[in-house]
Every structure is written in C-alpha cells, then in structure tokens.
Design a protein. Structure first.
Length: 398
C-alpha cells in the first residue's frame, strides 16, 4: 500500500498511451477538458512496434480534422479496393464503384507517432514507462488510480472519470468486479506468420487469398517495403523459416493459371500473430470506461482493430464533452450500449471474413468447399460485393 503518493488532480485519467488513449486525450484537450495519460511502455518501444494499419475514411478524418497532423494524407496510401483470390483467380472489388468509399494504409505505429507529437506540441500530460498498480473508488464520483514512474516515484491520480485504454492485456479491465462483467471470446486454431520485406509492390491492391495450402494476405507498407502474411500454426517458430522457404510458401498460396508472381526481397521482420475474438460486456462500470483493445479484440482479417478503437473514442469523447459541459451523465451511461452495437457488427464481419478465407484446420473438405462457395457467391453478386465493401470501409459513426 502506497503511504504518501504524490497527488495529481485532473478531470479524466487515461490508462494507456497507445493510439486510442492519445486520440481521446487530444480530443478532450481541444475542448478544454484536462486529462492525464499514463502508459506502461516507453515511447520508443511503441514507436518501433510494427503493426499494420488500414484506416477507414472516418479514422483519417479524426486525425486530420482534429488537427493532429496531415502525414496520413501525404504518406498514407489510399486504396479503393481489394482482390479476393481463390481457385487461382483474382476477383477485384472496387470500393469506389460499390459504396463510394476508400481506405488508407498507414501503419499503427505511425498513427502513434503523429498523436504523440500532437500531445507534445500541445503540452499534454503524457507519461511513459509508468506502472499502474491500483484503481480505487471507481463506483464513486471521485475515482482514483495509483502508478509508479520510471524513477520509482509513486503517484495517485484523482479524476472525475477513468478510462482504460491499455490494450488487450488491460489492467483496467481486470479491476472490474466479477459480478458485473461477462466475457465473450473465441480462440482460433491458426495464426498469421507476418513478414516485412524490402521489395516493390506485388499488386496495386491488397490480395486476400484462399488456397488449399492456407490463407495468404499480400499487403503493402510503402513503395519499397511490403507487409505479407500466411496462415500458420499458432506455435510456429519464426526462426525455422528462411527467406527462401517463406517466399516459396507465400507463392504457393497465390499460384494460379494467370501465373501471378510475387515480387520478393530481403525479409527484415518476422512474427507470429495469434488470432482471437473477445468482447467484454459492459464496457463501463461506475466511473471506469474501456476503449479499444481493452474492451474488445478482433482478428485482423477484417481490418477493424484500430478503427473500432477510434469509434469508441468518438462515442466516449462526445459523452464526456456532454458531461463536463452540461453536468448530465446520460450519454456516459449509454456509452457501453452504443459502442457495443458497432463492436458486434465488426465481430460478425471479422469472423465471417476469417472463416471464408482460411483453410479449416484438420482439412475438413466440406468446410473448405463451403468457403469457396461463399467466395463465389460474394464475388458473383453486386449485393454481396457491396456488403463486403461497406463493412470493410466502415459504417457511419454513431
């Protein structure tokens, strides 16, 4: 028990300084709502953690229209479609034609860099390398949390509201009482083997490939660096895979009568990305609110993770703005229900894309054929293409 911590007072205490926490902090500060952000990791660790990012237009607008930075427009790569590839053939989906929308490839660590710079520019109180040890009084109007900084100094934050934005291993989420929470989750029997490679683009759009050898995603990062994935066992050892073996495996999964060939190069990053779907209900308790991966995670097949987090931020920001400007907590009380509507739509879409594109573990021939039938149904119907395009590019924000 901390005997004499240093007291910090603010309106909103945010646990977690990744993109979701920093975006909320930025929006609150823009409207004059004082806040403090406490993050466990150091700045450089987050900046150098390579995570893909496909941003819906609404997420891009949140960055640019709120005055974060315009780099997402100058360095991001706007895409107007994807290719669904199965039976060795590519089926392009034109998002502009189907739903008049696009997405932008912009890595999550670059989003963090922009938001972190904006908070520093605006003299925001963001503290890295801090360990949160306790959350107190969340069921009262004066919730608190305690943390220790990198020098060992102990603090206690007194706030009106506490927000857990601390990722999928959320400390804040674990403090909610057992009696008020319910978790919904699925663990998938496969993972993605991801690489970053110094190579030119293999195709103008992302390719989502279903093959008898397993799923592959031929994605991009820039004109000279590409991100690619292939379906693998969750326990796969990346050190057992040479560059030649990786390229052979990826090529095998996109082979077809059109003789499509990947453009290869040196691989400088290899990782295995586990798959799970998770939702915590409710996303709030008392004066503690969860956003982003702290409250839910989705498999990356549907490109919803960061976009869902930003949608949470928008809903919670508007509720907090209403609360501090009017004194009414009506929107705060409705935050969880409203945010969860979008979360479950995204869970459905992500699960659907995952099951349609991945090879069943164990080689179930019925499920493999069923998935091909579904892909054929989607690509042969404009209505099917529109559903996928609308879900992929994002539903209107609540």
């Amino acid at each position: 028990m901390v005997q004499n911590p240093r007291i910090l007072k603010t309106k909103v205490g945010i646990i977690g300084g990744g993109p979701a926490g920093l975006m909320l902090s930025h929006l609150l500060a823009k409207t004059g709502i004082d806040n403090i952000v406490v993050e466990m990791r150091d700045h450089e660790t987050i900046r150098n953690t390579h995570r893909a990012g496909i941003l819906e237009a609404q997420a891009v607008q949140m960055l640019t229209e709120s005055g974060v930075d315009g780099r997402v427009l100058t360095e991001g790569d706007e895409h107007a479609g994807i290719d669904l590839r199965f039976n060795g053939e590519s089926h392009p989906l034109d998002f502009r034609d189907l739903v008049d929308a696009t997405v932008t490839l912009y890595a999550q660590n670059e989003v963090f860099v922009d938001l972190s710079a904006a908070r520093q520019r605006d003299q925001g109180d963001v503290r890295y390398s801090c360990e949160v040890t306790e959350i107190l009084d969340m069921e009262t109007t004066t919730p608190k949390f305690r943390f220790t900084d990198a020098e060992g100094t102990e603090f206690e934050v007194h706030a009106d509201v506490i927000v857990g934005a601390d990722g999928s291993r959320s400390f804040a989420r674990r403090q909610m009482p057992e009696t008020v929470k319910q978790d919904f989750k699925v663990t998938y029997p496969f993972a993605w083997f991801g690489i970053l490679t110094e190579a030119p683009k293999s195709a103008p759009e992302l390719i989502y490939a279903n093959s008898p050898h397993g799923f592959a995603l031929i994605s991009q990062r820039s004109e000279t660096v590409q991100r690619m994935y292939f379906q693998c066992d969750p326990n796969e050892d990346v050190n057992a895979w040479s560059d030649d073996r990786i390229w052979a495996e990826l090529q095998k999964r996109v082979d077809g009568p059109d003789n499509f060939q990947l453009k290869t190069g040196p691989i400088f990053d290899k990782t295995v990305l586990g798959f799970r779907s998770f939702v915590r209900e409710p996303l709030s308790h008392g004066r503690l609110f969860l956003i982003g991966d702290a409250g839910h995670t989705v498999p990356p097949t549907g490109a919803k993770g960061l976009n869902l987090a930003f949608a949470d931020v928008k809903v919670l920001f508007e509720a907090l703005d209403s609360y501090f400007s009017t004194g009414s907590d009506q929107l705060l009380e409705g935050y969880s229900d409203l945010a969860l509507k979008r979360v479950w739509k995204a869970q459905n879409f992500s699960y659907w894309m995952t099951s349609m594109l991945h090879t069943p573990v164990g080689g179930d021939p019925f499920m493999a054929k069923r998935a091909l039938g579904e892909l054929e149904t989607v690509t042969s119907s404009r209505f099917g293409q529109q559903y996928l395009a609308e879900s992929y590019t994002g539903w209107p924000h609540a």
